[in-house]
Design a binder for this molecule. Structure first.
Ligand code: PRX
Length: 679
C-alpha cells in the first residue's frame, strides 16, 4: 500500500506542465478541450462513441438501445450491452480495413527476438495472409464460432497471429501467459472448456531456456487423467527453426527433448502450408465474446474475464489514440507480454485498430544488458513507449549510463501501467529516460476494464509525479466511503465507477453470480475496482493499492488464497498465511508464514521444496520471496487469521495497533524472533 501521508505531500507539488515536444501535435490541446470532450462522453455516450464508431466497419444497425446497462443488483441482473444487434468482426477492423485505407505495405508488427539481431517484421498485407491461413487451419481442425482456443506461447509473431485468427472466425481466445505452470494451464483450459491449444517448442528469456512444449505435455497428462481431451495441439517450431537456420549454437538453442504425440500434435508451419491465405471473416454480434482472460481472484480461483466485440474494439482503439497521443508515423513499443491484458489491448488490438506499427519483444529489459530497451528504441525510432514500474525501478538500479549510451531522441510519450509509479521512479522515467522532454502517461486500469480508466493525456494534462491524474473519456469515477456513499472534494476511499463504459467486462466465464458479487456486490450501483484511492484538492487521482486479498507483484495480481492453498498441499504444512512485503524492484513481494504439522522440522530444504511447489502449481511469479516458520498464527476469537498483524511482523514493526480481538497473543514474540535471517 502507498502511504497516504506520502501521497498528500506529493499532491502539493511540483506539477509538470505538458511537455512542449508533444503539445504542438496533441489531439487534445488543453484541459478545457479535455473537459468538453469528457463531459460529452459522460452525458451523451451514444453520440460520443457513435462518432468514433464511424471509422470502423459494421453491418446492419443496433437493435434496441445502443448502450444499455444495469450496475445495481437491487434492479435485477447486472448487464452491459453496447451496440447489440449490429454485426462486425474485430480482425477485419484491425487488419483488412487498414489495407483498404492504403496501409497494406505499412509495418503492422516488428518482432525483436531475445537475442539482439534476431528480428523480423510483417506488413498489414502479410499479416492478413498469415492470419487467414491460420484461421483456415483452425477451421480445418474443427474449430467453430463460439469454441474456445487456448494460446500458450512466447512473444513471437505467431502469438498475435493466432489471437487474430481466433477473432476472425469468432472463436474466443484464452491466452495463458507463458510463465504459468502446467497446472495453471490445465485450470484455465478446463474452466473455459478450450478445444485446442496453440503453443511453441520453447523460448529463451535472457539465458534461461523455457521448454514450453514439455510443460504443455505435462498439462496434457493431467487433462488425460481428468478425462478431458483437446482436438489438437498446434506447435510453432520456434527454437528448432532457429537451429535449422543458423546451425547449433553455444549455448545450444533448442529444447532438450520435444515430446510428440502423433494423435494430438502438429506443426504450425506444416499446417499453414496446406491452406488458403484467404478467409472470409465471421460476422459476429457486437455482444459476442471476443476473448477470455484469466485474472487472480481473492478467493484463489482465477476468474475468466469476458470481453466482447464492439465495446472492446472502440475502447482499446480510443484509449490507444489519446493516452499515447498516437499519430500516423509513430513507432510504438509496449513491453508487456500478450499473456496479460496490457498485451491484448496495447500490443495487439489498440495499435492495430489505429494502423500503428507495434513491436513484439521476446526478451528481457536486462539482456544482454540493461540498455536493451533503449537499443530497441533507437533501432526502430520508437516515439511511444509503454512499460511497467517494476521494469523502470530495475533499470534505475543500473544507473543512468545504460540509458545515456543511446540517443532516445525519437521518444515523445512514456507510459506506465500495472502498479503505482512512485515519484522517484516517475522522475527517473521523466528526467533520465525522457531527458525531461517527454510526457509521462501513468495509466490506471485492469483486466476487467479492457482499457485505460485514469490517465493523463500527453500534451494536455499537467502531470503530478505518482498520480494517475484524471478519468479517460466515458469513465465516471467516484470515491466511496465504507458505507458506500460518494464523498466529494479531497477524499480517500474506495475507487468505484458509477456508469458503464464500452469495454466493461461482461461476466466471469461460467459464473455470472461471482461477477455480480465481486464487482457489484460491495456497493450497490457501482463497479468496484478493488483499489483504494485518494483524490486531491485539484481532482487528481492517486491509487493507494488493493483493498482485497490480492497482492500486486511486479504489476501482476496474485491471490494470497491461491498461494496459500498451493503451500498447504505440501505434506508437512498444516497452515499458511501469505502477506505482502515491500520490494525495491517488484514494488511488493510475497511473504509466507507457515505452520508445519506436529513433529515436522522447519529447514532450508523445506523452504526450497515449498518454493518449488508453488512454482509447479502456479508459476514462478507466485513464489514467495520469504518463507518463515510460524509455530502458530495470530487469529481472532472467531478463528480468522490476522493478516494485518502478520504484515507488521514481516516488517519488524512492533506497533501492532489494536490486538484486543486476538485469541492468543503469546505467539507474537516468537514470530518476531523467527523472521528470516536474510531480512
Ligand atoms: O491494483 C491496480 C493495479 O493493477 C490492478 C489490475 O491488475 P491487472 O488486472 O493484472 O491489470 C494490470 C494491467 C492493466 C489494479 O486493480 N494497477 C494497474 N495500473 C496501475 C495500478 N496501480 C497503480 N497505478 C497504476 N497505473
Amino acid at each position: 500500500m502507498v502511504d497516504i501521508a506520502d501521497i498528500e505531500k506529493s499532491a502539493l507539488g511540483p506539477v509538470y506542465p505538458p511537455s512542449p515536444r508533444v503539445v504542438a501535435e496533441a489531439h487534445v490541446k488543453s484541459m478545457e478541450e479535455y473537459r468538453k470532450m469528457y463531459d460529452r462522453s459522460i452525458n451523451d455516450p451514444v453520440a460520443f462513441w457513435g462518432d468514433i464508431a464511424k471509422q470502423f466497419y459494421w453491418k446492419g444497425a443496433p437493435e434496441g438501445r445502443v448502450f444499455d446497462y444495469n450496475f445495481s443488483k437491487s434492479n435485477g441482473r447486472i448487464f452491459i450491452k453496447f451496440m447489440e444487434g449490429i454485426k462486425t468482426n474485430v480482425c477485419y477492423n484491425v487488419i483488412d480495413r487498414n489495407i483498404e485505407n492504403g496501409l497494406g505495405d505499412n509495418v503492422a508488427f516488428y518482432w525483436e527476438g531475445n537475442e539482439p539481431g534476431d528480428d523480423s517484421k510483417v506488413t498489414y498485407s502479410e499479416l492478413k495472409r498469415r492470419v487467414c491461413q491460420f484461421a483456415n487451419v483452425l477451421k480445418a481442425k474443427g474449430v467453430k464460432k463460439g469454441d474456445h482456443v487456448a494460446i500458450y506461447m512466447p512473444m513471437i509473431l505467431e502469438l498475435p497471429i493466432a489471437v487474430l485468427a481466433c477473432a476472425r472466425i469468432g472463436a474466443p481466445h484464452s491466452v495463458v501467459f507463458g510463465g504459468f505452470s502446467a497446472e495453471s494451464l490445465v485450470d484455465r483450459i478446463l474452466d473455459s472448456k478450450c478445444c485446442l491449444l496453440v503453443t511453441a517448442d520453447g523460448l529463451y528469456r535472457g539465458k534461461k531456456l523455457i521448454e514450453l512444449k514439455s510443460i504443455a505435455d505435462q498439462a496434457f497428462q493431467i487433462l488425460k487423467d481428468r478425462n478431458y481431451s483437446l482436438k489438437c495441439c498446434i506447435v510453432v517450431r520456434h527454437l528448432l527453426e532457429d537451429l535449422d537456420k543458423k546451425g547449433p549454437q553455444e549455448p545450444p538453442k533448442r529444447p532438450s527433448n520435444i515430446g510428440w504425440n502423433e494423435e494430438l500434435d502438429c506443426w504450425w508451419h506444416e499446417e499453414v502450408a496446406n491452406v488458403s491465405d484467404e478467409c472470409e471473416p465471421e460476422w459476429l454480434d457486437a455482444e459476442d465474446p471476443l476473448f477470455l482472460l484469466y485474472t487472480s481472484g481473492s478467493t484463489g480461483k482465477p476468474k475468466g474475464v469476458v470481453h466482447t466485440q464492439a465495446g472492446y474494439l472502440l475502447y482499446a482503439a480510443t484509449t490507444f489514440k489519446y493516452s499515447f497521443d498516437y499519430h500516423h508515423g509513430d513507432v510504438y513499443f509496449c513491453t508487456a507480454d500478450v499473456g496479460w491484458i496490457t498485451g491484448h489491448s496495447y500490443v495487439v488490438y489498440g495499435p492495430l485498430a489505429n494502423g500503428a506499427p507495434s513491436i513484439v519483444f521476446e526478451g528481457l529489459p536486462v539482456y544482454p544488458d540493461a540498455g536493451r530497451y533503449w537499443d530497441i528504441v533507437d533501432k526502430y525510432k520508437v516515439s511511444k513507449f509503454y512499460t511497467a514500474p517494476t521494469a523502470i525501478r530495475s533499470l534505475m538500479r543500473f544507473g543512468p549510463d545504460y540509458v545515456k549510451k543511446y540517443s532516445r531522441k525519437t521518444l515523445k510519450v512514456l507510459g506506465s501501467v500495472g502498479e503505482p509509479l512512485n515519484p522517484e521512479a516517475w522522475r527517473f522515467y521523466y528526467e533520465v529516460i525522457g531527458n525531461g522532454e517527454c510526457s509521462i502517461s501513468d495509466t490506471f486500469w485492469q483486466t476487467e476494464t479492457g482499457g485505460h480508466v485514469l490517465t493523463p493525456l500527453p500534451g494536455c494534462t499537467p502531470m503530478k509525479p505518482g498520480s494517475v491524474c484524471f478519468p479517460f473519456f466515458g469513465i465516471k469515477p467516484v470515491v466511496l466511503n465504507e458505507d458506500g456513499n460518494e464523498v466529494q472534494g479531497q477524499s480517500e476511499g474506495y475507487l468505484a465507477i458509477s456508469q458503464a463504459w464500452p469495454s466493461t467486462m461482461r461476466t466471469v466465464y461460467g459464473d455470472h453470480e461471482r461477477y455480480e458479487n465481486t464487482y457489484f456486490g460491495k456497493f450497490d450501483g457501482y463497479y468496484c475496482t478493488g483499489d483504494g484511492c485518494f483524490r486531491d484538492k485539484d481532482g487528481y487521482f492517486w491509487i493507494t493499492g488493493r483493498i482485497d486479498d490480492c497482492i500486486n507483484v511486479s504489476g501482476h495480481l496474485t491471490s494470497t488464497a491461491q498461494v496459500e492453498s498451493a503451500l498447504i498441499e505440501h505434506d508437512l504444512v498444516a497452515e499458511a498465511a501469505v502477506v505482502s512485503y515491500p520490494h525495491e524492484i517488484k514494488g511488493q513481494c510475497l511473504y509466507a508464514f507457515l505452520t508445519l504439522i506436529k513433529g515436522a522440522e522447519f529447514s532450508d530444504e523445506v523452504v526450497v521444496q515449498l518454493k518449488q511447489q508453488v512454482r509447479q502449481k502456479i508459476g514462478s511469479i507466485a513464489v514467495p520471496d520469504y518463507i518463515q516458520d510460524a509455530p502458530g498464527l495470530p487469529k481472532t476469537r472467531s478463528g480468522k487469521i490476522m493478516r494485518r498483524v502478520l504484515r507488521k511482523i514481516a516488517r519488524n514493526d512492533h506497533q501492532l495497533g489494536d490486538i484486543s480481538t486476538m485469541a492468543d497473543s503469546s505467539i507474537i514474540e516468537t514470530l518476531f524472533q523467527l523472521r528470516p535471517a536474510s531480512l
